[in-house]
Design a protein around this ligand. Sequence first.
Ligand SMILES: [Zn+2]
Length: 149
Amino acid sequence: MTFYKKIIDWLKKLFELEKYDFERIIFTKEVIEAIIELARMTSPNEFIAFLQGKVRKRTLRIHGLAYQEYFANENSTLAKINFPLTSSIVGSVHSHPGPSNKPSRADLHFFSKRGMVHLIIKKPYTEKDIQAYDAKGNKIMFEITPETS
Ligand SMILES: [Zn+2]
């Protein structure tokens, strides 16, 4: 084992990067409903919030929203936002007050900073208008569960 490999292994343990290994993403119905409500409330402006969750048995379960504040223009603000230092933050969600939920250049830059899953919700803000992306901006699937805990 090289010196660098040792350091990397140590860092992985320190930050529990192994927990980022998952096969399924499950959102609670409550979180999805809160996202839809926030998107509708803030429209025609954008909102951004952070997703709280954890990985257990190779499933990333998202059970909470850490809400920040309203932002009027995503292209000028998104890239500047830093993630809160809460350990349970696993990603982000923001709205597009328009017909596309594709990530912008600023979004992609932001996704790559930190987080495992990022949602974009477009108009008219229904469950079907939500698309999930990984840190590289690839589309990913998610499930919704009615259970809250
Ligand atoms: Zn965006």
